[in-house]
Design a protein. Structure first.
Length: 279
């Protein structure tokens, strides 16, 4: 069973709930869309699924229908009574909490293999995905619905217009690709932007070996490089990476941040560590 648009509107009205702009709430109201997302997520019996921001439970029901074990965490206390009614008898574990500050070790346990499937608000999607990749290894893969602009940044490669610091961070931890597009018409309220589904699969090991390159140094360089992305790196990284580091890394000092892929950033970070050790 999934929810029709009429059912979603009736549930919101009965619960006295209005979508919160502050929380970036746009609820999916199309049954075919949530079934499609569940199918693309490739989950089923024996899978452990985490859903962040279940809203009124449309996608949650579709995920539960696959036979997967679903944990849903919702920050909006006003939606909890609605969700409790919708999910009653489904076996879904419903948690009231904020995903930006959740104790994931306590919630998910130590074992890997969790799958995140979620419709993420635009205002938290980027930092949340970055934090989960860095700090929650129990999540092995994700299928997230985000606004297209965010999705473009998550999957962009070096040289592409949307490529930025978050693109490098995602590429460090995972392989990401656009799995599909979602029209604005399937949401209530209807957003002014198009949404995309992004598949993110955690790498067995980071793209740059942390035993050889300190991630803190790598991302220090990435942040500095993209902070003034129009500048050549010799200027953007002045005081951080000198001529010796560029030469050792095989990176042209005239390059700009968007021209370096994650492995090139790794070489530059390694060279900076060598230069600092020699100083």
């Amino acid at each position: 069973m999934t929810l029709s648009r009429r059912a979603v509107l009736d549930l919101l009205e009965a619960g006295g709930v209005r979508p919160s702009r502050a929380l970036g709430q746009n609820f999916v109201t199309d049954a075919n869309t949530v079934r499609r997302i569940a199918r693309l997520a490739r989950v089923g019996p024996g899978e452990r699924v985490l859903e962040i921001g279940p809203g009124v439970g449309s996608l949650t029901l579709a995920l539960a229908e696959t036979g997967a074990s679903v944990t849903a965490i919702e920050v909006d206390r006003h939606l909890m009574p609605v969700l409790s009614t919708v999910l009653d008898g489904t076996g879904v574990r419903l948690v009231h909490g904020d995903a930006m500050s959740a104790d994931w070790a306590d919630l998910l346990g130590p074992d890997p293999g969790w799958v995140l499937v979620a419709n993420l608000p635009y205002n938290v999607a980027t930092p949340l995905i970055a934090d989960l990749l860095e700090g929650v290894p129990a999540i092995s893969r994700m299928l997230v619905m985000v606004q297209r602009e965010v999705g473009d940044r998550l999957v962009a490669g070096a040289g592409e217009r949307a490529y930025g610091a978050v693109s490098v961070k995602v590429a460090y931890w995972a392989e990401a690709s656009v799995a599909g597009r979602v029209p604005a018409e399937v949401f209530y309220p209807k957003p002014k932007v198009e949404s995309v589904l992004v598949s993110i699969v955690r790498r067995p090991h980071p793209a740059v070996d942390p035993r050889e390159v300190d991630p803190a140094v790598l991302f220090e360089l990435v942040r500095a490089g993209f902070a003034t992305r129009r500048k050549m790196l010799r200027r953007a990284l002045a005081g951080v990476a000198g001529p010796e580091a560029f030469e050792l890394a095989g990176v042209a000092p005239e390059s700009r941040a968007e021209e370096l892929d994650v492995t090139a950033w790794g070489r530059l970070a390694a060279a900076v560590e060598v230069a600092r050790a020699r100083a």
